[in-house]
Design a protein around this ligand. Structure first.
Ligand code: OXD
Ligand code: MN
Length: 600
């Protein structure tokens, strides 16, 4: 964090280090954005899409070596290794800074350094934070303008807020005189560094132009650095969607959901219920900042202003509201293009075209074995374009939370839904969540559960044990009666044939209904060793067809499978070391006892 009056000297110092040809302060205006997009088009860095089909929209294609967040190259550079914990990469800060200064020296030669003032959180919210990103990538500028509140009005706010989080970014590809630029400049993998200095609240990113590596407001600021600030200031920065749920009588509740990447957070936040009369609206699809107010309730804001969603698999069937959001003014990255310059990806509606340009901009026909769109292809779009964005999504006071969902991809063991017995038990549920490893390319440990506490594994800016302790400490600021219950949901349970037992998508509204009515005290539940669960007739499944016996399997608590889970959790908790909170080890022991001795 730096104070407002250090801004000019910091920008100057970084310019001396990186040697850009010029410095440009972004004002965030429409005219400026159009000028940037004209420049990106003229230099061949983007392709404007067919204005009849996708007005105001652009396609970018990254270098094939720069397509996703690089967790191996992401560092929490706290003074002591112990403060980064066992789940983060760590390099001592003076050493990392020396290495990175060597890389930054002259890295913006032949380029412009853009100064991006941006706000995370709605204007006027007690939690909102200002960041200033310096970058040599115009792609980053036009994306940051969608994903954050960006521009001159933020500098005005700096007078009042006084502090900003400095974010330095370079793609790491300086241009010598006469050297032509690449369409997507970046540095080789071993030179990429996504670095966070938690004591200083400083972000340095080098070598990548893609997503969370480069749009520094999102994962770097709003999660990793914000999680450190939040711990100091008694609030929480979480990898969660925020949705608004309205019942047929018009009563509203707000629900949070923590799910690992690629579990359908964006889909759930914009869900179209299959239950008549129920409505879901969106507050946020990826990040929530949470605090407990004087009334003892938990409140949430979405710090972002847009969606950086995975394109692949998005369709009018899986997420019609996302499809309607991206009809215009959208930036697409690494999707395929149709012959009439519209976008295409695997899983989009309609027949597969006979010919496309794939994300590598090569000719593609259905015979080709490789995917046309990259699996991590993305759309960047303003939240304002979402047809179901809730009116109150920018309320600086946040929305009051009635329930928290946690979950992951678990083909076995975990039932469709179970409810926490207490706040600490809910934190235990969050600590144990994760997904089963399915892709051989990620690991040779297929079938093993990759634990991902509250879906924050790659995003906690400090020690995971201290993070879990912070959750427990937050609970102590209020009491169980006022805090939301936590629900472990699992849409991904499979039967013996390997087929999903639950159809998911819009049908998840049936689980949301039960949760809504639990918080009203009206839904039927039974106590089980793992928590409270719907009785066999409690979920409203009218109008849907499930295989015979599916509901029994979905709501089954298999004692042996759960005892195996307990054994695996003991090993996991041990891996966290001495900072693993005792309260959670107690919860694990209580679960084991209930599994062994409780009669249901
Ligand atoms: C994301 C992620 O991009 O979680 O949101 O990876
Ligand atoms: Mn995410």
């Amino acid at each position: 964090m730096k104070s407002f009056n250090e801004l000019n000297s910091w920008v100057k110092d970084m310019a001396v280090l990186c040697s850009p040809d010029q410095i440009y302060w972004c004002d965030g205006s429409e005219e400026e954005n159009e000028q940037f997009l004209r420049e990106l088009t003229a230099t061949g860095k983007t392709i404007p899409l067919n204005p009849e089909k996708r007005p105001g929209s652009y396609a970018f294609f990254s270098d094939p070596s720069d397509v996703a967040r690089v967790e191996d190259r992401t560092f929490i550079s706290s003074r002591f290794k112990e403060d980064a914990g066992p789940t983060n990469n760590w390099i001592e800060p003076t050493i990392l800074k020396e290495t990175m200064m060597g890389l930054y020296r002259g890295s913006m030669r032949g380029r412009t350094m853009y100064v991006i003032p941006f706000m995370m959180g709605p204007f006027g919210s007690p939690l909102s934070k200002i960041g200033i990103q310096l970058t040599d990538s115009l792609y980053v500028v036009v994306n940051m303008r969608i994903m954050t509140r960006m521009g001159r009005q933020v500098l005005d706010k700096l007078n009042d807020l006084k502090w900003f989080i400095p974010c330095l970014h370079s793609v790491g590809y300086p241009l010598l005189p006469g050297q032509t630029d690449l369409p997507w400049p970046s540095a080789p993998i071993e030179k990429k560094y996504i670095a966070h200095f938690p004591e200083e609240k400083l972000i340095w990113s080098y070598g990548s132009g893609y997503g969370g590596n480069a749009l520094l407001g999102k994962k770097c600021l709003a999660l990793r650095i914000a999680s450190v600030i939040a711990r100091e200031e008694n609030w929480m920065a979480e990898h969660m969607l925020i949705l608004k749920l309205t019942n047929p009588e018009g009563k509203v509740k707000y629900i949070l959901g923590a799910f690992p990447s690629a579990c359908g957070k964006t889909n759930l936040s914009m869900l179209v219920p299959t239950l008549p009369g129920w409505k879901v609206e969106t507050i946020g699809d990826d990040i929530a900042w949470l605090w407990i107010k004087e009334d003892g309730h938990l409140y949430a804001i979405n710090p972002e202003a847009g969606f950086f969603g995975v394109a692949k698999g998005t369709s009018y069937e899986s997420n019609p509201n996302a499809m309607m959001s991206i009809r215009k003014n959208t930036i697409f990255t690494n999707v395929a293009l149709t012959d009439d310059l519209d976008v295409w990806w695997e899983g989009i509606d309609g027949p597969t075209p006979n010919h496309l340009k794939d994300w590598k901009q090569e000719d593609w026909t259905p015979e080709k074995k490789t995917p046309a769109a990259h699996p991590n292809s993305r759309f960047t779009v303003s939240a304002k374009q979402c047809p179901v964005i809730a009116d109150e999504w920018e309320n600086p006071e946040g929305v009051m939370i009635s329930a928290i969902l946690v979950g992951g991809r678990r083909p076995t063991t975990i039932p469709l839904v179970h409810e926490s017995l207490s706040f600490n038990h809910g934190v235990f549920m969050g600590s144990m969540m994760g997904s089963e490893i399915t892709a051989a390319s990620i690991s040779n440990q297929i079938g093993v559960v990759r634990r991902d506490p509250f879906a924050m594994l790659p995003f906690i800016g400090y020690h995971v044990g201290d993070y879990l302790k912070h959750w427990l400490d937050m609970g102590k600021l209020s009491n169980d009666a006022l805090l939301p219950k936590i629900y472990y949901v699992n849409w991904f349970r499979k039967d013996e044939e390997g087929d999903f037992l639950w159809p998911g998508f819009g049908h998840n509204s049936r689980v949301l209904k039960w949760i809504f009515e639990r918080s009203e005290g009206t839904a039927k539940a039974k106590v089980t060793p793992i928590g409270n669960m719907p009785t066999m007739d409690a979920l409203d499944i009218r109008g849907m067809s499930l295989k015979p016996g599916a509901m029994e399997s979905l709501l089954e608590v298999n004692t042996n499978a759960w005892l195996e889970e307990v054994a695996s959790l003991k090993v996991y908790y041990q891996s966290i070391g001495s900072k693993m909170p005792q309260e959670l080890m107690d919860e694990l022991e209580k679960l084991e006892t209930r599994l062994k001795f409780m009669t249901v």
